[in-house]
Design a protein around this ligand. Structure first.
Ligand SMILES: [Zn+2]
Length: 127
């Protein structure tokens, strides 16, 4: 994954983490910093937002807020850690590439869709 792409996911994760923690001030800070950077180029903002699929993202996680728990928060922290080490977007199980579609839906997921399905199958089975 390109560094610029990782940074976009990093911002998503930071906003999501702040939201789960109910930290509105940190959220505003990230938003302000973003608009500050992009404010220099008047045309950059709408394109950038569209690329991130920001509207859907906002909606998804507003709806998902009630399910927020410590597990989600630690997954987010782990994902930020992977971005730091440059391994973000790589499956923790099979070391395959996690698809962008999946990362856009669940930016803190540590595994690809195949491994997630395997885990679900196992989890709902004889365990
Ligand atoms: Zn995998």
């Amino acid at each position: 994954m390109k560094k610029s792409e990782m940074i976009a996911y990093k911002e998503k994760l930071q906003i999501l983490r702040s939201r789960l923690r109910g930290d509105v001030h940190a959220m505003a800070e990230v938003a302000l910093r973003k608009s500050g950077i992009e404010g220099n180029d008047s045309n950059a903002m709408p394109i950038h937002m569209a690329e991130l699929g920001s509207d859907n993202f906002e909606q998804e996680f507003t709806l998902g807020l009630m399910e927020a728990d410590e597990g989600t928060l630690s997954s987010i922290d782990a994902a930020l850690e992977r971005i730091h080490h440059g391994t973000y977007g790589t499956c923790a199980e099979c070391e395959g590439v996690i698809s962008k579609t999946r990362l856009n839906a669940i930016p803190y997921t540590p595994v690809c869709i195949k491994c997630a399905e395997l885990q679900e199958t196992n989890g709902n089975g004889t365990y």
